[in-house]
Design a protein around this ligand. Structure first.
Ligand code: GBH
Length: 480
């Protein structure tokens, strides 16, 4: 055991996202999001699944809050479905009172249970109408205005009861997976580069730019009209993995490690903290990466009250000798699970991209803290799937020792980052409160600390890890 600790009042709890848990896609006036329509395209989602039922959380808010209480959570990070609040999405479209009322009650019930709500405004589920109407996130001017309007509607409805706001979850995923690989909604790809549709290799970078400016506009609105009276904080959540060189003695691999972090995290972090894109990205992407106008950068620079960090794993990185392809988005390098000695970065899980390496968490948060001069961090997601979990008999599945070990390792590494490295971290949300719709992977991959029985009326069964987390924080968080 180390002597490391986390600060008094540390806000720990669990996270989810609307489309992954709610179900009830057409109830009380909700309209389609891009994920509803994406799921209907054959071949996009494993098992041809969708979020139509998911965990049925729209009808089970009481059950979900009871779980949070039972696990001792201090906070709950969840996202709002824009399509429930403004079904057609736009600033001139009607606001849906039933959607607002649903979340007002939920926030009230959470607070009555002593749980601090942490709201994500956007976890990938853009109202489909905005995509159809004007190209959604590709159309910066329209999108920024509509997102700011949606954010204002939310601040007005819930602002007096909510102290933590997150504008966007993982803009990297919306941009790259939605507009380059096409793995996520709306499923556009960069391989149309020379097609009649124009230079689609610019699309992911345009979308990233729109998301940054929309974040800036929503933060400005909060700071100008709500922050003083409501007393909350607002930031963005960025995803990113740690990197280790494939060959530690090859300076090109060491450099590629930094470049990988710049392409995945600093793409968004640098404009927010420095007012520019990383040089490595400008160098490789040239004018495919949008230029900053003075107006836009004024919105974006300095727009984080805190840094929301999603983190799951680490990779080995090997530089490439060849020229980058037009659709490369990693920084011209290979992402590997083994190094030049054949060692694995961590044990296998159910997710091909996820091999745990707790020390990488400590290294990355320190790296980011140094780069951005010590911002306040809230870890907004961290968790793991478990190889073959879905095939286990219930009793064994509930004894998820691998996941417990993951949380002990990662939360311990976070305490080291705080105590030894001086990182300012004040909160942590485990991903996830319960098994849920794992996007393109459907329901095969489970990330929950609670088992959801999809074949048995969505009944919830807490796994061992659900209470383990409270025990870990019970030991690490300073009492005074
Ligand atoms: C989080 O993203 C999401 O916020 C959450 O909704 C999700 O349920 C959770 O992860 C678990 O997956 O297929 O090679 O392009 C985590 C960051 C970034 C991890 C993209 C998976 C896919 C790599 N994700 N990555 S690839």
């Amino acid at each position: 055991m180390t002597d490391s600790y986390l600060p008094k009042g540390f806000l720990w709890g669990f996270a989810t996202a609307a489309y992954q848990i709610e179900g009830a896609p057409h109830e009380d006036g909700r309209a389609d999001s891009i994920w509803d329509t994406f799921c209907r395209i054959p071949g996009k989602i494993a098992g041809a699944e969708s979020g139509d039922v998911a965990c049925d959380s729209y009808h089970r808010t009481g059950e979900d809050i009871a779980l949070l209480k039972a696990f001792g959570a201090k906070s709950y990070r969840f996202s709002l479905s824009w399509s429930r609040i403004i079904p057609l999405g736009g600033r001139d479209d009607p606001v849906n009172e039933k959607g607002i009322q649903h979340y007002v009650k939920f926030v009230d019930d959470l607070r009555a249970a002593g749980i601090e709500p942490m709201i994500t405004l956007f976890h990938w589920d853009l109202p489909d109408n905005l995509h159809k109407r004007y190209g959604g996130m590709l159309n910066k001017d329209e999108f920024v205005k509509d997102f700011e309007n949606y954010a204002r509607v939310c601040y007005k409805a819930f602002g007096s009861k909510v102290k933590y706001w997150i504008t966007f979850n993982e803009p990297w995923c919306s941009s790259i997976l939605g507009y380059s690989t096409g793995l996520f909604a709306p499923g556009r790809t960069s391989d149309r580069a020379k097609s009649a549709e124009g230079d689609s290799s610019k699309e992911p970078w345009i979308v990233g730019h729109s998301l940054l400016v929309a974040h800036g506009a929503a933060v400005k609105a909060y700071r100008e009209d709500f922050k003083e009276k409501d007393g909350g904080q607002i930031g963005i959540t960025l995803n990113g993995d740690w990197t280790e060189p494939w060959d530690p003695n090859d300076p090109a691999d060491v450099e590629a490690c930094n470049r990988k972090i710049e392409f995945s995290i600093c793409w968004f972090g640098d404009p927010i903290y420095f007012g520019k894109y990383p040089d490595s990205m400008r160098k490789q992407l040239g004018d495919r990466l949008p230029e900053w106008t003075p107006e836009d950068i004024a919105l974006v620079k300095g727009s984080n009250d805190f840094y929301g960090m999603n983190h799951y794993c680490a990779n080995y990185i090997k530089h490439k000798e060849t020229e980058p392809t037009v659709d490369d988005f990693h920084g011209n390098l290979e992402i590997l699970m083994q190094n030049n000695k054949g060692e694995y970065i961590g044990p296998e899980t159910q997710s091909f991209w996820l091999r745990p390496n707790p020390l990488g968490f400590r290294k990355l948060i320190k790296w980011l803290s140094d780069r951005y001069s010590g911002p306040t961090f809230y870890v907004t997601e961290n968790g793991t799937s478990l190889k073959g979990e879905n095939d286990l008999p219930l009793e064994e599945l509930l004894n998820d020792e691998f996941r417990c070990e993951y949380f002990r390792g990662y939360i311990g590494a976070l305490a080291d980052a705080h105590t030894i490295d001086g990182v300012d971290v004040r909160g942590y949300s485990a991903w996830s409160l319960m098994d849920n719709f794992e996007w393109a992977e459907g329901y095969e991959t489970r990330f929950g600390v609670t088992f959801v029985d999809y074949a048995g009326d969505q009944k919830r069964h807490p796994k061992k890890s659900a209470t383990e987390i409270g025990e870990i924080f019970g030991k690490l968080v300073k009492k005074e």
